[in-house]
Design a protein around this ligand. Structure first.
Ligand SMILES: CCCCCC/C=C\CC(=O)SCCNC(=O)CCNC(=O)[C@H](O)C(C)(C)COP(=O)(O)OP(=O)(O)OC[C@H]1O[C@@H](n2cnc3c(N)ncnc32)[C@H](O)[C@@H]1OP(=O)(O)O
Length: 276
């Protein structure tokens, strides 16, 4: 019975990435019903509007098809995601900035509150928005010798409340305050020490296998009981954004378009290029 449903799920999702623009690939394991969602926007998987829209659609589809688990990973072994595409912040195309932030809100709401158990297979660096994606999952496996953190203050920008809540719910208020105010990027080993990640992996294969092992914990647990429990635990955090989406959007547009922030971002991008 379950196997038949899983096969249907795999078949209906198999061509997902080719139907879309190939920035996100979805592969479903026929036996387990677990979906691997791969971000594939070289060179650094920075999150632009198109990638966010694809990810959002994939999450909706996996919700509708009742996936038994989601593993979120990168197609590169170097960068999980460099966070939001900084070029979006200076995009002057009318309405795009609004669409961009709305798409990010959508992705976070869907991923943070997904009915399926979720694992971030962090097979590369995960600054800012990359860290947010990882924090939205229930479990984090990270490759050694990488970095992760919410470094927004280093760019002269302020992480919204839902970014902060995502970290606070994992490592607690005190460490979140220290991490965010200093824009701290943690090494894999440091991240494990403070509970920002759950396991370290040697390479991507090892990380995927550890992610699958976490999902096996739910094999004999009622999906209904599990997802309702997750909803009780995460519901308030999700609702706090759902109820304030418009105000959050306005705050983003006002802040990001300010001269001061634009100047700071320009300097940051130049320093990135110089760092090569
Ligand atoms: C005020 C309103 C509130 C807004 C709240 C917004 C909240 C979240 C903000 C974000 O997510 S902003 C993004 C923050 N991200 C970063 O700070 C990461 C910056 N990148 C890096 O540290 C490194 O690139 C890396 C991820 C560690 C990878 O290093 P690597 O050496 O492998 O690659 P690079 O040579 O540095 O980069 C390659 C290429 O990609 C460009 N790039 C890197 N990151 C971004 C990005 N986030 N957006 C757009 N482009 C990015 C980088 O400039 C290089 O481009 P080229 O020089 O090759 O053209």
């Amino acid at each position: 019975m379950f196997l038949r449903r899983s096969v249907t799920l795999a078949m209906s999702l198999k061509n997902y990435s080719s139907e879309a623009k190939n920035l996100v690939a979805v592969a479903v394991n026929n036996q387990t019903g677990v979906a691997t969602v791969t971000l594939q926007r070289p060179p650094v998987n920075s999150l632009n509007l198109e990638l966010l829209n694809e990810l959002s659609s994939a999450l909706t589809e996996l919700e509708e098809k009742k996936a038994r688990g989601i593993i979120l990973k990168s197609s590169s072994d170097s960068v999980f995601s460099a966070g939001l595409d900084i070029h979006e912040f200076s995009n002057t195309e009318e309405g795009r900035l609004k669409k961009f932030w709305t798409a990010l809100q959508d992705v976070w709401i869907k991923l943070y509150g997904h009915s399926a158990p979720t694992v971030a297979c962090i097979n590369g660096h995960a600054p800012a928005g990359g860290c947010l994606l990882a924090l939205s999952c229930e479990y984090r496996v990270m490759l050694k010798q990488k970095t992760i953190g919410l470094n927004e203050t280093k760019l002269g920008i302020v992480a919204p409340l839902w970014f902060i809540a995502s970290m606070e719910n994992v490592i607690g208020r005190r460490l979140t305050e220290l991490s965010l105010t200093t824009g701290k990027m943690y090494t894999t080993e440091e991240a494990l020490k403070i509970g920002l990640i759950d396991e370290i992996a040697e390479d991507t294969n090892d990380a995927v296998s550890k992610s699958e092992n976490f999902l096996k914990l739910f094999q004999n647990i009622s999906p209904f009981a599990r997802s309702q429990t997750k909803k009780f635990i995460r519901g308030n955090t999700v609702q706090s954004l759902v109820k304030t989406r418009e105000a959050d959007l306005k705050a983003f547009i006002d802040d990001i378009t300010s001269e001061k922030v634009q100047k700071g971002l320009k300097v940051y991008m130049e320093s990135l290029k110089k760092g090569k």
